[in-house]
Structure formats: C-alpha cells, structure tokens
Design a protein around this ligand. Structure first.
Ligand code: C5P
Length: 407
C-alpha cells in the first residue's frame, strides 16, 4: 500500500552550491513519489554541480534560477513562489547560503524568496552540507543559531565521510531522511514536551544458546508508534525485542531479547515518562532454566522436556506504579474472537485506561491493520489502513486523553 504523506503539498526545493546537489536529485524523486508537487529553485552555484535539466526532468516543472525570470506573471518570482509553497526546503544549504539567510540578504532569488515567505504559515527547513571545518567554524555556528532563532528548522547535518576526503559533521542528510523530516514537519505537534516509552516486537526466551521460544510479532506496529510519537514532538524511548527494523529518526532505542530483559529495561524508565505504550508481544512463559550448552540429541532417542515459568507482566506492573510515578498506560490486545469483550477484561485486569485491540492473526507481520480503541466508556473502530497511519491516529487519541501538563 502506497501512503502519499505529501499528497497536495507544494514544496519549494531550494538548492545552493555543494556536492550534495546530487542527493537533491534523489530527494526530488522521493518527494514526488510521496505525492508532493516540487518546484525547484537553484542558485548559480548549485548549477555548477548539477544542471537544471536534470532537476526539471525529475520534478516535472521548469526550474527557476533567476529573480528576473520574465515568466512570472507580475515578474515577482519571489512573491509567487513563496506564497504558493506549503514549505520551503533548502537542500543543500551551503555555509554561504546560511550566512545570507542569517543576515536577511536577498541578492539571489532563493535567499530573496526565503526572506519573502509568510513566516507564520510556511515553514523553512534547512539541510546544511559542507566540510566539517566550515561547519564547526564559529561564524557558521553563529549563523546557524541565528536562523534557528529566526524560525528556521535545521535538518542535520549528518556525520560521516565527506567529498573532500575528510570525516566529520557537515554531511547533508540522505534523501529519505530529509523526506521523512519534511513529512514530520506537517504532523500536528500534539505530544510536544511529552516523554513516551514504547515496547515493541516479540521476546525470545532461550532454551539453550541456539534455541528458544518466540512468536511472529514483527515489531512494525511498535516502530510505527515510535515514529508517530516522535513526529508529534515527543521524546521517545523504544525498547525493542529481536526484530530487524530500522530505528525511526530521533528515537532512542534499547535492544533486548527476553521478557526479563524487557522488564528490567522498562521498569526503571517508566516513572520518567508521561506515556507507556506496550505493543510488544511478550512471551507469557520462559523455560525455568536455559541450558548453558547446546542440548544434544543422543542415541537413546530420549526427548528433552522443559519446565516453564510465567514471565512478569510488564504493562500490569507499570500500571500498578504509585500515581506520581505512573505514566498514562496503553495496552495492545491481539485476540482471535470476542475482541471487545476480551479487551475490556484486559483493561480491568491490568488496570490500564486504554487498550488497542486487533484480530491477532490478521495483524502479525502485515503492513496494514484494523484497530479498535477501547476505554472504559467507548469503542472507536479505525478502518483497515497502513500501520503508520494507524499509529498517528492512536497518538492523537492518546494525546487527547493526557492530563494537561502542570506547568
Ligand atoms: O495479556 P496479554 O499478553 O494479552 O496482554 C497484552 C498486553 O500486555 C500488550 O500491551 C503487551 O505488550 C502487554 N504485556 C506485557 N508483559 C507481558 C505480557 C503482556 O507488557 N508479560
């Protein structure tokens, strides 16, 4: 299922001079694929690195390069471009371009239209790209602090190998990272100032060093919740069982294997969080004792037997913390039948205010799902859709129920 996160968004993609211009080509494709219309504006320096022909072909629109472009109806390209834009993304932003922004200069069309943008309505996102010494220079740092104080949002820079052969801070973020930052910029910031703790994935209960008990949870829903909470402005900690999923940007991830490890990671963190969302499919039981060596098959044909013991219920324990230490708790329930009835039982048994229920076998491993959001008084059904869209709806449902911050 293709989710068009930037559908009906009009983005001005501004490019200043830098080797990272090649990444702006890929970025244009990503933005168009996500449903945006992209108007590319290039400085003279940018055209030394990549041609407007390439950018026109990728964006499907003639590139604008000059404030004297006579195609603009009233010959005011800077006004037209900035009024039409839902956001301006400058990628790459060179040290010189950031200096121009910091000083409010307007000698090139791109700087001019950034200055002319309606500041309340049109976000300006800036993705620096430069050598590490240029980035670290006090003049650049001063200029960056100034443009942030003036309302620009800084994306990156990243760390790593640079075109000059050096390694350090100053690399432009990758195209997909910039795309996701832009998508996040459009999400309502309903969790700003909140701290959210999330468990995700299965747990793995070892029988011996090579075998164990686990389940089919893919972790996709929990990772989508982490991304959606971060997009909504929260500080997010994600405690993940064994899954092969990339960490959403800006999320602090702690990897664990077993239920006991997940329990040990979550309990000390819970009191410093405002929300706890338990999406993990925690194994109910673990072997009483895991063997230190691989259990060998022997010639007698004797089959080993394993005693099991119950794992702690992480969600129920967090929900039992004293009120002053207790985050707002959200549980997930994968059921095969009588979904609402079982979810309500769980709500009461675990003492949590909100349960998100789904039909287990129809959810595991898939990219989409249908959910029921169940509290003491209501059941709200969400139609089947992709897990990130569901996660964003859940984030809104949770944000609505949070007590107002005391300060
Ligand atoms: O009881 P059941 O496993 O169906 O409950 C599911 C909910 O409880 C999920 O939110 C899950 O993450 C959480 N849970 C937990 N620790 C366990 C078992 C379940 O946190 N040991």
């Amino acid at each position: 299922m293709q989710r068009l996160d930037l559908q009906s968004r009009h983005i001005v993609l501004g490019m200043s001079g830098g080797v990272a211009c090649y990444k702006a080509a890929e970025l244009t494709r990503e933005l168009v694929k996500a449903g945006a219309t992209v108007q590319v504006v290039m400085t003279e320096a940018a055209q030394q690195f990549i041609t407007p022909v390439t950018m026109q072909a990728l964006s499907g629109r003639p590139v604008v390069t000059s404030q004297w472009d006579a195609r603009a109806p009233a010959n005011m390209a800077h006004i037209d471009l900035s009024r039409e834009a839902d956001a301006i993304l400058v990628a790459p932003a060179s040290a010189d371009f950031i200096a121009q922004l910091a000083q409010g200069r307007a000698s090139e069309l791109l700087a001019l239209l950034c200055l002319a943008r309606p500041i309340e309505r049109c976000p300006l996102l800036v993705a620096p790209a430069m050598n590490r010494e240029m980035w670290a220079h006090p003049a650049t740092q001063r200029n960056v602090a100034q443009i942030v104080a003036d309302g620009a949002q800084l994306l990156g820079p990243g760390h790593g190998d640079q075109a000059c052969g050096e390694t350090g801070d100053g690399r432009m973020l990758e195209a997909v990272e910039l795309r996701d930052e832009l998508i996040a910029a459009f999400q309502p910031k309903v969790l700003t100032g909140r701290r959210v703790l999330i468990t995700a994935g299965p747990t793995f209960e070892a029988l011996d060093p090579v075998r164990g008990i686990t389940n089919h949870s893919s972790g996709k829903m929990g990772f989508a919740m982490a991304r959606a909470a971060a997009e909504a402005g929260a500080v997010v900690t994600l405690v993940a069982g064994p899954v092969h999923l990339p960490t959403p940007r800006g999320v602090h991830r702690i990897d664990v294997q077993s239920a006991l490890q997940m329990h040990a990671a979550v309990l000390p963190l819970a009191p410093s969080h405002d929300v706890f969302i338990a999406t993990a499919a925690v194994a109910d039981w673990r072997p009483v004792q895991a063997a230190n060596h691989k259990i060998k098959k022997d010639a007698t044909g004797q089959v080993p037997s394993f005693g099991l013991t119950e794992n702690p219920d992480i969600l129920a324990e967090v929900a039992r913390l004293p009120e002053a230490q207790r985050p707002y708790c959200v549980g997930f329930a994968a059921e095969t039948h009588d979904v609402v009835q079982h979810a309500r039982d769980k709500l009461r048994r675990k003492g949590v205010p909100l349960i998100v229920a789904n039909h287990g076998p129809a959810a595991f491993g898939r990219d989409d799902n249908a959910l029921m959001v169940i509290d003491e008084h209501s059941v709200t059904e969400t139609p089947r859709t992709d897990k990130l869209s569901l996660a964003r709806a859940l984030v809104a449902a949770v944000a609505q129920r949070l007590p107002k911050p005391s300060r």
